[in-house]
Design a protein around this ligand. Structure first.
Ligand SMILES: Cc1cc2nc3c(=O)[nH]c(=O)nc-3n(C[C@H](O)[C@H](O)[C@H](O)COP(=O)(O)OP(=O)(O)OC[C@H]3O[C@@H](n4cnc5c(N)ncnc54)[C@H](O)[C@@H]3O)c2cc1C
Length: 407
């Protein structure tokens, strides 16, 4: 059975082990879904990347140390899909809160027949072999291969006729890499709502081919019925966070949005590390947060505090006791952590404490290119790379490869 790294050390080990396969082998084999559950053709780094136990710059930088740009390009482009979805949602954050509201309303309004179909789907009892296999795999492991996610979302929406929003809730609640942007927007993409009129339709033949004939899918919808939905909301400007003040002492607040802050803010004057339990959505988050807290405390030589909640008065008191007027955390994009911090910010400000967010260069440089289609970002990857991975001073050979690839 596959394993999914949830500590930084495990993620770095996984990356090292996967590197030889990140070039042409990945390009050729990444979509072959191993129905035995051993996902050896893909990196299985998503749970670590999602929480930034390891940075995109680290992953891409290492890939380019081993592979020429054109060989590693397919894998690198996949890493940028995560960036794209985050940047796209960040410019339409209302889609996240709309989805939360729609889930509640749809849940309450399901008729009996739809409720039975939904229950059967989640339990892996639809009678569609491939769907049932993947529903059970998701339940047992918290992971599905990307291609399996596409089939599952398509069958849910077009064959079972269930609302995509409730499918997105199902996977968001179970995926070990659950991510507001990648999950919600991928479901919208499959349903035909991201690129107007373009839906993803699962096919029995392709499922048999990609699973080496192990999985079958009888009775799939032959055409997609794209759900009615309003047009995309207009793009809003990217949020400009208050940046940390390197001259001031700080409390560091660790959230599941950035679990390796010590690697990007090594010289910050940190007096204590705070890891609020209420921000963990489950065991995977707790494991990552514990690992992050331990590393942060060791790096900055300070204590860890683990309050149950984000009560502003408690945080302000803790900051004051340590002589700090700023609390520094990783940038929290649209999602539950972003919502929690948006509420915390004014409450702390009222007590004279600034909540500063460190925005990684990766996001700052890429997100402005994420407002339209993915290819708008993809076309810039090559030119952005030197600056993106230059943050970590890649070796000369890697830089040379990036500067002069055949496109
Ligand atoms: C319906 C649906 C729901 C999804 N929900 C999530 C989710 O909640 N969280 C999540 O992290 N990913 C989600 N994805 C994207 C993708 O399936 C996973 O990131 C990928 O399968 C993770 O496995 P891996 O690390 O082995 O990927 P690899 O193939 O090894 O790719 C390397 C890295 O690139 C990124 N990546 C690859 N494919 C995608 C993609 N299509 N979109 C965004 N990033 C990608 C991931 O960070 C991944 O770790 C979803 C995709 C679909 C179709």
């Amino acid at each position: 059975m596959a394993a999914f790294p949830l500590t930084r050390a495990a993620a770095l080990d996984r990356l090292d082990a996967f590197l030889p396969k990140a070039g042409s082998a990945y390009a050729a084999r990444r979509n072959l879904v191993d129905a035995g559950g051993d996902h050896r053709n893909v990196s299985r780094l998503s749970a670590a990347l999602r929480r930034r136990l390891i940075g995109e710059d680290e992953v891409v930088g290492k890939v380019l140390e081993q592979h020429r740009f054109e060989k590693g390009e397919k894998f690198i482009a996949e890493v940028f899909w995560r960036t794209y979805w985050k940047g796209w949602l960040e410019q339409r954050p209302g889609l996240w809160t709309d989805w939360l509201a729609e889930v509640q309303a749809l849940d309450a309004a399901l008729d009996k027949a739809a409720a039975r179909r939904l229950e059967a789907a989640i339990a892996g009892r639809t009678g569609i072999d491939a769907f049932d296999h993947w529903a059970r795999e998701l339940d047992e492991t918290g992971y599905l291969h990307n291609w399996a996610r596409m089939q599952v979302a398509s069958i849910w929406t077009f064959t079972l006729g269930l609302p995509w929003q409730l499918g997105a809730k199902w996977t968001y609640d179970r995926l070990i890499d659950a991510d507001p942007a990648s999950n919600t927007l991928s479901w919208r993409w499959v349903a035909g709502l991201h690129t107007a009129g373009k839906a993803y339709l699962a096919s029995a033949d392709r499922i048999a081919a990609m699973t080496g004939g192990r999985l079958h899918a009888e009775g799939l919808a032959q055409s997609p019925r794209i759900p009615e939905a309003p047009a995309h909301p207009p793009r809003t400007p990217l949020r400009q966070p208050v940046a940390p003040d390197p001259a001031q002492p700080a409390l560091v607040l660790i959230t599941p949005e950035d679990c390796s802050l010590e690697t990007v803010l090594p010289a910050l004057d940190v007096r204590a590390v705070v890891v609020p339990r209420s921000l963990a959505r489950g065991l995977a988050d707790r494991t990552a947060l514990d690992d992050a807290a331990m590393r942060a405390a060791a790096h900055w030589g300070c204590a860890v505090r683990a309050p149950d909640s984000l009560a502003p008065a408690d945080l302000a008191a803790l900051a004051a006791a340590q002589g700090c007027t700023q609390i520094v955390t990783g940038f929290a994009p649209a999602g539950p952590v972003g919502t929690a911090l948006a509420a915390l910010r004014p409450a702390l400000a009222a007590q004279g404490i600034a909540l500063a967010e460190h925005q990684r260069a990766w996001d700052r440089l890429c997100w402005p290119h994420c407002g339209k289609g993915f290819f708008n970002l993809k076309a810039r990857i090559h030119d952005l790379l030197p600056e993106l991975i230059g943050q970590k001073a890649p070796d000369q050979a890697a830089s040379a490869m990036i500067m002069a690839p055949a496109r």
